[in-house]
Design a binder for this molecule. Structure first.
Ligand code: ATP
Ligand code: MG
Length: 282
């Protein structure tokens, strides 16, 4: 069920790579609000900034400027230690390339987040076996990733993403390496997780997958081009819904991580290189 409290809220997020002398702005003033329990597909051409945005949302990276509130906390300017704490406890990641550790079994991989969270061994085992069963891999818990099919690897990585019982699941092209039948199984699994109340943000180049999402955001050249719910309503943040940082009682993190690169607006004449993929086009 969708509550009224946003799980995440981005205001004027910008991301610039490169150096002050040679900046490359890849996100230009992103405003985005996602409520707890939403399922959001992010689409757009290659190079549009989708993964960059997901990395910021997932606290894997910091914005160059703008504010980011995750579950009500201003996280844009947090240091590495605090960002890592948020990742470990509240966010689960699923990647196209699975990113399982090759010399560890399925069970050991799924246990990793709980190992770092210092959950006792017996509790870790019990919880992770249950998760592995839940994703349909109960018969493969002691296999190495190299002994699994692509779909099974992705199931294992979804179980690992769930290990710390995260509030938010972020998936970057989770079906990108899978055949269409296996993709459908993985998407059914993610839909089940959504139906059980998880908030999911998913990047995909697959139009069937994105069209079936209740909300679909199109990024192009680092900007939100469309933000549409499946009922056709536009979901762009409204001014009256987006509280300012001063209403939160926090100073906005206009410059994160102590770094100060040229503002993205200065690079209107130098957009990031984009190479649209045919499947990303509607
Ligand atoms: N660490 C980095 N340093 C410099 N430029 C980067 C870095 N990461 C990404 N970029 C650039 O930022 C732009 C956006 O990259 P991003 O990975 O977010 O695109 P994307 O929309 O996820 O593309 P794809 O669909 O191909 O995965 C690209 O032009 C890319 O070259
Ligand atoms: Mg990407």
């Amino acid at each position: 069920m969708v509550s009224t409290k946003p799980i995440l809220k981005l205001e004027q997020i910008e991301k610039t790579y490169g150096t002050p002398a040679n900046p490359l702005c890849v996100l230009h003033g992103i405003d985005l609000r996602v409520e707890a329990g939403e399922y959001v597909a992010i689409v757009g051409p290659s190079g549009a900034g989708k993964s960059t945005l997901l990395h910021i949302v997932g606290c894997l990276d910091r914005p160059t400027s703008g504010s980011y509130f995750f579950m009500g906390d201003d996280v844009a300017g947090l240091d590495d230690h605090h960002l890592s704490q948020i990742r470990k406890t509240r966010i689960g990641f699923v990647f196209q390339s699975f990113q399982l550790i090759s010399h560890l079994s399925v069970l050991e991989n799924v246990e990793m987040p709980l190992f770092y969270a210092r959950v006792p061994r017996r509790e870790r085992h019990a919880r992770c076996r249950e998760l592995i069963d839940r994703v349909g891999l109960g018969h493969r818990f002691d296999h190495l990733p190299s002994e699994l099919s692509g779909g099974e690897n992705q199931r294992a990585s979804i179980a690992r993403a769930l290990a710390n019982d995260p509030a938010l699941i972020l998936a970057d092209e989770p079906t990108g390496n899978l055949d269409s039948a296996t993709s459908k199984e993985i998407m059914a699994l993610l839909r089940d997780l959504h139906e059980s109340g998880r908030t999911i943000l998913l990047i995909t180049h697959d139009n069937d997958i994105s069209r079936s999402a209740p909300r679909r955001i199109t990024l192009r050249d680092g900007r939100i081009e469309h933000d549409i719910r499946s009922d056709g309503a536009k979901a762009r943040p409204k001014k009256d819904l987006v509280r300012t940082a001063s209403e939160h009682g926090d100073a906005p993190a206009r410059t994160a991580g102590g770094k100060s690169l040229a503002p993205c607006g200065d690079q209107g004449s130098a957009p990031p290189p984009t190479a649209p993929t045919p499947e990303a086009q509607d």
